[in-house]
Ligand binder design. Structure first.
Ligand code: UDP
Ligand code: MG
Length: 322
């Protein structure tokens, strides 16, 4: 198998058939040996029924449909898809046709033309979304690039083509809190970035609210940097030094000039400030501790309810331990 398309789908009933047809039209004279790996991430609409229909009505095509027992999130869907994919090259692409199959052809020609390239990632030069969201995303990339030991490219999504070596490297990282952008960067290899323009979503809606994105951003920082922990040590140290200096000043004022400390307000402010600082640092610690707690439970990344088109079905394949 030359190329596998890994397609995470969550509530995409209006898109999956269009996606399947569009890809086949574009690939018609260009790619001959490819497979679809659809992952139904616990959709609540008719996504699975539509995927099953695609599978049953198109036996001439190579199609796998993995269906999760509930919504485990796009990151788990990507992991399951990469694991099931059999291609020499694997492309992760959304089901909503915001990412055009023509770009996949471009990625394929780039990677085939140059042996030294292991991955071709598409990035959006211009984001067609609200100005505030764009600012928030840029700020996130600035912060995470300062904190993390790996590089994150602003605008680069999961839309990318990987060769087999890199797919296996990504699969070897089976951590529970997955942040693909960081994982792709962490495993190394040679990535080429090409610009693409994301289309408007025609059917269905985006699953990313601002709050979900914010949580995802915090997860990314915690997963790829321990610097916030060190920063909290620094913050604690600096406040301690400042309070000692303040104490010395107050004692000297009393001894030399006989001025009493104008107490109440200062004390309240100090208590609130120190209390806030302590809670803030505890919160940072808690974020890391929570991740350790969840990881040590060693729960599977996803649970499969169904896997259509799988060769050699094995009863134990329905879940996946890290
Ligand atoms: N998706 C998924 N599980 C989720 C959320 C999203 O598999 O919990 C899929 C979704 O069906 C789509 C892709 O991930 O194919 C990207 O999602 P979306 O279009 O909502 O993201 P956006 O393009 O708005 O960033
Ligand atoms: Mg989308």
């Amino acid at each position: 198998m030359k190329l596998s398309l890994v397609v995470p789908c969550y509530n995409e009933e209006a898109n999956v058939k269009r996606f399947f047809n569009e890809v086949n039209n574009v690939f018609l004279c260009n790619v001959d040996d490819y497979e679809f790996v659809f992952i139904n991430d616990g959709s609540k609409d008719k996504t699975y029924d539509n995927l099953k229909e695609i599978y049953e009505e198109n036996s001439a095509y190579n199609i796998q449909v993995l269906s999760f027992s509930r919504n485990f999130g796009k990151e788990s869907a990507i992991y399951a898809g990469l694991k099931a994919a059999k291609g020499d090259y694997v492309c992760i692409i959304d089901a909503d046709l915001q990412q055009r199959p023509e770009v996949v052809l471009k990625m394929l020609s780039e990677i085939e033309a140059d042996d030294s390239i292991d991955c071709v990632a598409a990035y959006q030069e211009e984001r067609n979304e609200g100005a505030l969201l764009t600012k928030f995303k840029s700020a996130f990339y600035t912060i995470i690039n300062k904190l993390a030991e790996v590089d994150f490219v602003n605008g680069a999504s999961d839309f990318r083509l990987l060769n087999r070596k890199m797919v296996d490297a990504v699969l070897s990282m089976s951590e529970y809190h997955r942040f693909s952008k960081g994982i792709f960067s962490w495993v190394g290899f040679n990535t080429k970035y090409i610009a693409y323009e994301a289309e408007e979503r025609e059917y269905g809606e985006s699953k990313w609210s601002f709050l979900k994105l914010f949580k995802y951003a915090i997860d990314g920082i915690v997963a790829f940097s321990t610097l916030p922990l060190r920063l909290s040590i620094a913050a604690g140290f600096i406040t301690a030094v400042i309070s000692i200096i303040y104490l010395v000043v107050v004692i000297l004022q009393k001894l030399i000039e006989g001025i009493d400390v104008p107490g109440y307000a200062t004390i309240i402010v100090l208590i609130l400030f120190l209390g806030g600082m302590q809670l803030f640092c505890l919160g940072i610690l808690g974020e890391y501790l929570a991740k350790v707690y969840v990881q040590t439970k060693n729960r599977p990344l996803y649970i499969l309810k169904e896997h259509l088109g799988k060769e050699n079905k094995n009863e134990n394949d329905y879940y996946d331990f890290q």
